[in-house]
Structures are given as structure tokens and as C-alpha cells.
Design a binder for this molecule. Structure first.
Ligand code: HEM
Length: 392
């Protein structure tokens, strides 16, 4: 077995600004590589990322050293393995199934999408990040979780605060203190909603968990509602902005979608393949092992780079291009293995519901300029803004 090559030059700022050329180089030169500046071993090929996530006995999700536990004041299902993970995941699973999408969420999303599209101004330049993508994702998530009496901006604030805490590798007290304040607000809100849902059960994640025959401990119900608040807004928000960018910069693809509605779902799928909203997932080697003949010692923190897997030239032709016409192939934007995204069907429905509405209302919407759009992110990636002219 060989030692893993070390990259001593790449810094976090390079990965945050534009990681794709770096990942392309890694895939060609050293698909398993230790990035010294962030002290993580990167796995960049499609097959290897799948392998890591499909083998939790070798690559565990348990990582109590990560700031996530402190930020969430609990160990959430994302950091558990085996039965312990599965029982918590099962507790809210019914809210996320394709059947619930058809029975409940499709019409809920359609109503929310109509409200948001209706209130957009006409013939004005507007940034769709704060007025549409963020609050739309927040409102849909609040309904899914069963959190009522909360504003969209409050949901967005909680979510961002938890994300900042989970990424607080520098362990700054000020960031954790903001998390603690947000927890007080969230706890009181979740408690009030729990009381209502115990009296009047509904189809949503919180109601399913608190009304279960054998409920999981309340501490875990609360923790997993919070993990969904933390992780359920920024990805659909970023995916919506990315798919809009992809379509607006490729007018022939947008025309195809306007003429054949089956392309909206393909556009959603292509956007998350092209720019994975969660680019990186951590795992810990539970035993001494190897990938591609490179030695991985027990305790090593691995990062599977799904952003890179989704651009692997052995799997996707012309992978750097946004192309809704490409042949259907499974990508890794929603992960795989026991932790694959529980919100996948819901997220897809949210996105493919709002796209046609938006383009029916504003068929001639344009970006002010593709160069005005700023992209950022190493773990989570998406546009920081999306200035458009809302022409009908
Ligand atoms: C485009 C939107 C989304 C993308 C790309 C996405 C992506 C992902 C990925 C890659 C993972 C796996 C992380 C890992 O392996 O460590 C994940 C997990 C998860 N996602 Fe999503 N997600 C999206 C939307 C949502 C939404 C709307 C929800 C709603 C609550 C959600 C809930 C979850 C949950 C609960 C998990 C943890 C599952 C587990 O640990 O068993 N996601 N997501």
C-alpha cells in the first residue's frame, strides 16, 4: 500500500472560490489526497465516493469531535450509524415518502409557489435570492416539519445560525453563543407546536414523531427537527438559484422546458449534478483500510467530494457543462447509502413546482448579466445573488 499524497498548497479560500479546477486536477493526478491546510483526506472519484458512503462499517458517520454536536447541543441522526441512526430516521420517514408528496406536499408547494410568484414586481431588476429562493425554501420546510407560527426570515435565521455553528471549526465562542440563543427560541417554538400536534395530529415530521406508538426520546425529536431546519433550507434555495442560472444562461434549454414540461424535472436534476448544493460529506475511518491502494488509517477524517464525483469524466460526458439533455445517470448530489438525503423527493417537488409558474409569469426573464452572479462555498455551494429583470 502507498502513502496518501499530500497537497500543501491548496487553501480553504481556493476551494471556496472555485473548487472545480482543483478537483479536476485531483481526479487526474491523485484521486485520494490529503489537503494539509484543512487536514482532511479528499476522495474525488465517483466510484470511491459511493463506496465510502455505502460502507458505514468501514467509514462511520460518528464524529463527536466535529463542532456540529456543540452547535446543535445534541448528537443528531447525521452523526450516528446502524440501528441507532435507522430508528431516528424511520421516526419521521413517512413525511418524506413519494406517497406523502402526492397526497400532501404537491398542493402545499403549489400554493406557496403561487403566493411567492404573485408578489414579485414586474419589469424590475430584483435579486431572487432574498425575495424568492430563501423564503420559498423556508416556508416549504416549515410546513414539512410542522412548525407553524414562525416567519420565513426567522426560519432562515435559525438555519444560518446552526450552519455557522456546524462549520465553526475555529470554535469561536461568539458563534456558539448565537446558536445557544437560537436554541432557546427553537425549543419554545417546537414545544408549542408539539402541544398543538398532540391535540390535533397532522401529516408532518414533528406530528409523526410525537404521535408515534413508541416515540423516540423527545430530546432526539427536537434535535432532528433542528437538523432539518439547519440543513433543509440552503440546499433547495441554492438549487433553485442554480437551476435558474443554468436555464437563463442556456436559452435553448429554457425553450425546451417551456415547450415540454418533462424538462423541468430534468433541469432540477442537472442543476444539482452540476453544482451539488452539499459538495462535501465527512466520514471517519472506523478501521485501518485502503482506497485505490492508498493506506487509510483508523481515525482518519475522510471527505467524500460529491461535487467532484458529479463531474467525474469516467461517468459524465462534458461534465462541466450544464446540459438538461444529457442521458440520465445517477449523480451523488443527494448522497447514497444509509444517510442519503431524506428530503430528496420533497426538494425535487418544491423545485419543479415553482419553475414553470415563474416562467409562465415572466417568460422573458433575463439575468442582468451572468458576470454579476457571485458563487461561493466549499461544503455548501450556490450563487450568493441572482439579479434578474422580471420581464413578462
Ligand atoms: C436540493 C436539495 C437537497 C440536497 C442537494 C440535499 C443533499 C443531501 C445530502 C448529500 C445528504 C447526505 C449527507 C451525508 O451523506 O452525510 C443529505 C442528508 C439529509 N437531508 Fe438533504 N438535501 C436537500 C434537501 C433536503 C430537504 C428539503 C430536507 C428536508 C428536511 C433534507 C433533509 C435531509 C436529512 C434529514 C438528511 C440526513 C439523513 C440521514 O442522516 O439519514 N434535505 N441531504
Amino acid at each position: 500500500m502507498s502513502a496518501i499524497p499530500i497537497d500543501s498548497s491548496t487553501q480553504m479560500k481556493h476551494l471556496t472560490e472555485d473548487p472545480y479546477p482543483i478537483y479536476k486536477r485531483y481526479r487526474a493526478e491523485s484521486p485520494v489526497v490529503h489537503v494539509a491546510s484543512i487536514d482532511r483526506t479528499f476522495i474525488t472519484k465517483y466510484d470511491d465516493c459511493r463506496y465510502v458512503k455505502n460502507n458505514p462499517d468501514i467509514f462511520s458517520s460518528k464524529d463527536s469531535s466535529a463542532p456540529m454536536e456543540r452547535a446543535f447541543q445534541a448528537q443528531t441522526l447525521m452523526k450516528k450509524d446502524g440501528d441507532e441512526h435507522q430508528s431516528e430516521r424511520n421516526a419521521m420517514a413517512m413525511a418524506y415518502t413519494p406517497k406523502s408528496i402526492v397526497d400532501v406536499w404537491q398542493s402545499v408547494h403549489a400554493e406557496i409557489a403561487e403566493e411567492f410568484v404573485d408578489r414579485l414586481p414586474q419589469n424590475e431588476v430584483i435579486d431572487l435570492f432574498p425575495v424568492l429562493a430563501g423564503p420559498y425554501a423556508a416556508r416549504c420546510l416549515a410546513k414539512l416539519l410542522g412548525i407553524s407560527n414562525v416567519s420565513d426570515s426567522q426560519m432562515e435565521y435559525w438555519s444560518q445560525t446552526l450552519m455557522d455553528g456546524a462549520g465553526n471549526y475555529g470554535r469561536l465562542d461568539s458563534i456558539f453563543e448565537r446558536c445557544d440563543l437560537a436554541h432557546k427560541e427553537m425549543n419554545s417554538c417546537i414545544e408549542k407546536n408539539t402541544e398543538q400536534l398532540l391535540r390535533n395530529p397532522q401529516m408532518n415530521a414533528l406530528s409523526l414523531m410525537v404521535n408515534a406508538e413508541n416515540p423516540i426520546p423527545n430530546s432526539q425529536i427536537v434535535a432532528n427537527i433542528k437538523v432539518a431546519i439547519g440543513g433543509g433550507i440552503n440546499e433547495p434555495r441554492d438549487a433553485l438559484l442554480t437551476v435558474l442560472y443554468g436555464l437563463l444562461t442556456n436559452p435553448e434549454q429554457l425553450d425546451a422546458a417551456k415547450n415540454d414540461s418533462s424538462y423541468w424535472a430534468k433541469a432540477v436534476e442537472e442543476s444539482v449534478r452540476w453544482i451539488a448544493p452539499i459538495q462535501v460529506s465527512p466520514r471517519i475511518a472506523a478501521i485501518d483500510t485502503q482506497i485505490r491502494g492508498f493506506e487509510i488509517k483508523k481515525g482518519t477524517t475522510i471527505n467524500t467530494i460529491q461535487a467532484s464525483a458529479n463531474r467525474d469524466e469516467d461517468v459524465f460526458e462534458d461534465a462541466d457543462k450544464f446540459n438538461i439533455f444529457r442521458d440520465k445517470k445517477p449523480h451523488q448530489a443527494f448522497g447514497n447509502g444509509p444517510h442519503f438525503c431524506q428530503g430528496m423527493h420533497v426538494a425535487r417537488t418544491m423545485l419543479k413546482t415553482i419553475l414553470p409558474l415563474l416562467f409562465q409569469r415572466f417568460p422573458n426573464m433575463q439575468l442582468t448579466s451572468a458576470q454579476d452572479v457571485r458563487w461561493s462555498g466549499f461544503v455548501f455551494r450556490g450563487p450568493l445573488n441572482l439579479p434578474v429583470i422580471l420581464k413578462n
